[in-house]
Design a protein around this ligand. Structure first.
Ligand SMILES: Nc1ncnc2c1ncn2[C@@H]1O[C@H](COP(=O)(O)OP(=O)(O)OP(=O)(O)O)[C@@H](O)[C@H]1O
Ligand code: SF4
Ligand SMILES: [Mg+2]
Length: 372
């Protein structure tokens, strides 16, 4: 047993080179996943969650490219981008090749579950056959044994009558059942880490609850770690040990789940929390987050949240905050990127009028740079 995390993401950067310009979809994120831990990646649509997970799996499609950072899995560099002599990003010598990634990592070490099960399941083949083929491809077993494992896995994830359902087509399963099949597929090769990209978003609340219970059981039984992507902090509270909150390509707060909910530091996390139902709140107290997330192609200067932040001040428009360690407990790390936690004059700066402070009226400085 080592102290090294199972997965370590350091300064990961992924960009899309489009005709309109460069989209900095993931812009220098760092986080860790320890053995047996469920780590959440949360944020609104467009925050960069899916690009982050596909970067870790090295499944970014053109015009996208990982342009910087390192991802270390069990001591192996699955991503390691350095600057070449021409100034362009290039893989280091230590980084696994595409073939090594395919043969050694994807499926049998790290598995991914996508938001839409129909993306992962082929509609023209029977569910059992797809599962069996996947097992044969990734494990050293023959067809008959792979079939047995497939049926066992279907039973394990709660598919009733798995022998019979083995011969069903994907469209004969409900959404929740299809998602169970994907979990079975992810588990089939006994990976140490499963990356789940919004696996319950398309499901109704009851089925979502069942899937979450299933994941808890499986985590305990197989000691699998998870990266759990969601835009729903309610799900985070149910399932995660640690949470990373993303905004416009960056992680702006990361903490143990209890600290995130009860000792919230970042105004964006605060706003996210205000927008979800909690046991200690009435529905009337819920407030949707004001404004829309700006385009990643041309993010706001300084703190990227300053156009929507109720606490924004002039300094927030100029200064780009970096993650600060604000941990109080010795064991749990709590990090936040907000100028309030840096000594660069937040206290003395003038308030900014932002989308969240419209009703403050004039006298404030407009987030665009004009005096209101
Ligand atoms: N193929 C692509 N070409 C150009 N830009 C892209 C591409 N894929 C993603 N992006 C951009 O990258 C940013 C991050 O997208 P991503 O899909 O990771 O968001 P997300 O947090 O997963 O959102 P959602 O909750 O909607 O799934 C967005 O600005 C998106 O427009
Ligand atoms: S840096 Fe300023 S704008 Fe950004 S979250 Fe903190 S207070 Fe708000
Ligand atoms: Mg996504």
């Amino acid at each position: 047993m080592t102290d090294e995390p199972l997965l370590k993401v350091e300064n990961l950067q992924t960009q899309f080179f489009t005709e309109e310009g460069t989209v900095r979809a993931v812009d220098g994120i760092s986080f860790e996943v320890n053995e047996g831990e469920i780590v959440g990646l949360v944020g609104e649509s467009g925050a960069g969650k899916s690009v982050a997970t596909s970067s870790i799996m090295r499944l970014v499609e053109t015009p996208g490219q990982i342009v910087g950072g390192t991802v270390t899995y069990k001591g192996t560099k699955i991503v390691d981008i350095e600057e070449g002599p021409d100034g362009q990003p290039r893989p280091s010598e230590e980084m696994l090749t595409d073939e090594e990634m395919r043969e050694q990592i994807r499926g049998n070490e790290i598995a991914i579950i996508f938001q839409d099960p129909m993306e992962a399941l082929n509609p023209v083949f029977k569910v059992g056959a797809q599962l069996r083929e996947f097992i044969e491809l990734n494990r050293d077993v023959g067809s008959a044994e792979a079939r047995e494992i497939a049926v066992d896995m279907l039973r394990e994830v709660g598919i009733p009558e798995p022998v019979k359902r083995y011969d069903s087509y994907p469209h004969q399963f409900s959404g929740g059942m299809r998602q169970r099949v994907l979990i079975a597929m992810a588990l089939a090769c006994e990976p140490s880490l499963i990356i789940a990209d919004e696996p319950t978003t398309a499901l109704d609340v009851t089925v979502e609850g069942q899937i979450i219970d299933l994941v808890h059981d499986l985590e305990a039984k197989y000691d699998t770690s998870f990266v759990w992507v969601t835009h729903d902090l309610g799900v985070v509270a149910e399932i995660c040990d640690r949470v990373n909150v993303m905004y416009l390509g960056e992680i702006i707060e990361s903490a143990d789940v209890d600290d995130l909910f009860h000792d919230t530091k970042h105004p964006y996390t605060e706003a996210l929390l205000q927008s979800i139902p909690r046991p200690d709140q009435t529905v009337e107290e819920l407030e949707p987050i004001v404004g829309v997330m700006p385009e990643a192609i041309n993010p706001p200067s300084g703190c990227r949240f300053h156009t929507r932040c109720p606490d924004a001040r002039t300094v927030c428009r100029e200064f780009h905050p970096t993650e600060q360690d604000v941990s109080e407990a010795v064991t749990a790390t709590h990090r936040v990127a907000c100028v309030k936690y840096e000594s660069i004059g937040y206290e003395d700066a003038r308030p900014l009028e932002t989308e969240a402070t419209d009703d403050f009226g004039s006298g404030l400085i407009d987030a665009s740079g004009e005096d209101a």
